[in-house]
Design a protein around this ligand. Structure first.
Ligand SMILES: C=CC1=C(C)c2cc3[nH]c(cc4nc(cc5[nH]c(cc1n2)c(C)c5CCC(=O)O)C(CCC(=O)O)=C4C)c(C)c3C=C
Ligand SMILES: [Fe+2]
Ligand SMILES: [Fe+2]
Length: 327
């Protein structure tokens, strides 16, 4: 226990990520996916149809296969998403000693509901929720809002998105510049975002617009010409039509045009996870290699000092716009 003369803060910043299994096992994956895919905001099918299908067929079939994928990227401290999110929160805490900074997961552990309970117990009076999703989506950000809205003992606010925040755009552009300085520039840059069903966009979700605006801002910061970069969407799940082009299709089209060396960056993800370390760096890289090309993955901002500064800046602006109520 550390001894400190400073008064304990009454404000907390909670960095919230999607969630991830506790272990790379079929049971742990089943528990995590069961919670995640039961959320109506994520899968909107009628419950009477979806829940028996999810628990009777999808989870028993999918969990062992996905557990093997998690095992291939697992780190000593746990799932990459959990490890990088925890370390990022520690970095942001160093940037903001005046408030308490903690991490939480919307599904799985550390569960957002438990983290809020803990903050109440520690005498925290106001909480700024900062979902680690640069782009707003009803399938991600709004599900965090659902939990925060149930909090009655503490005052709560949430950052909606930071899709063209100048500090974030500069940090992602810098990470691409560093990759190019170390490895040389590839022939083309693909911005691969997590996909969504087209229906969600038709219903008014701003995710696609925000993803495009963010990719454009990063490309502008790098002074790229339109023919030097492409935006695409990965991780399709289920039978619906998802956003296009799919990253796999975009990579194949580049291969057909004779583009050899493709750099891929994933600015929809704050931290590396299964979808970047396995799907992009292994699966998609193998597809490109099978056509004789090379895919080079540019890591997420993760727990870098630059990322901690960007997130602290966004949190500080959220708090500055929120005057303290008089006791
Ligand atoms: C209908 C299903 C899904 C929607 C909608 C969806 C949106 C969405 N997801 C992320 C970020 C992440 N998703 C991750 C994994 C993941 N996503 C889905 C399904 C949907 N996502 C599944 C089934 C999975 C698990 C893996 C699998 O079974 O294939 C992850 C990684 C988690 C990890 O542990 O590493 C992230 C992060 C966003 C940003 C988003 C909407 C914009
Ligand atoms: Fe997802
Ligand atoms: Fe995936």
């Amino acid at each position: 226990m550390t001894q400190s003369a400073a008064p304990s803060p009454d404000t907390a910043v909670v960095l919230i990520n999607l969630g991830t299994p506790d272990a790379p096992t079929a049971d742990a994956v089943r528990r995590y996916l069961g919670e995640f895919l039961s959320d109506r905001r994520v899968v909107a099918l009628p419950r009477l149809f979806w829940l028996p299908l999810l628990h009777g067929i999808i989870l028993p079939r999918r969990s062992p296969k996905v557990a093997l994928k998690y095992a291939s990227v697992w780190l000593e401290g746990g799932s990459p998403l959990a490890v990088y999110t925890r370390r990022l929160a520690e970095g942001v805490q160093r940037e903001m000693p005046e408030v308490l900074v903690v991490d939480a997961m919307r599904y799985g552990n550390p569960a957002l509901t438990k983290v809020l309970e803990d903050l109440r117990g520690r005498g925290i009076r106001r909480v700024l929720g900062l979902p680690l999703y640069p782009q707003y989506s009803t399938t991600t950000t709004a599900t965090v809002g659902d939990v925060l809205a149930r909090e009655t003992a503490m005052q709560v606010r949430m950052v909606d998105d930071y899709h063209v925040d100048p500090g974030w755009v500069a940090a992602v552009a810098d990470s691409i510049r560093e990759h190019r300085a170390r490895n040389g520039a590839g022939d083309h840059l693909v911005f691969s975002f997590h996909g969504l069903p087209k229906r969600v966009i038709r219903n008014g979700d701003p995710y696609q617009r925000q993803s495009e605006a963010g990719a454009q801002a990063i490309a502008r910061a790098l002074e790229l010409e339109p023919h030097q970069w492409t935006i695409s969407y990965q991780s399709r799940f289920g039978a619906e039509r998802w956003l296009e082009p799919a990253t796999t299709t975009a990579l194949a089209a580049l291969g057909e045009r004779g583009v050899q060396c493709i750099d891929v960056v994933a600015p929809g993800f704050a931290a590396d996870c299964l979808e970047t370390l396995e799907e992009i760096s292994m699966e998609l890289a193998a597809e490109v290699a099978g056509r004789g090309g090379t895919l080079r993955y540019i890591p997420c901002l993760n727990d870098s000092p630059a990322h901690a500064r960007v997130i602290a800046g966004i949190a500080r602006r959220g708090l500055d716009a929120w005057p303290m109520a008089q006791p």
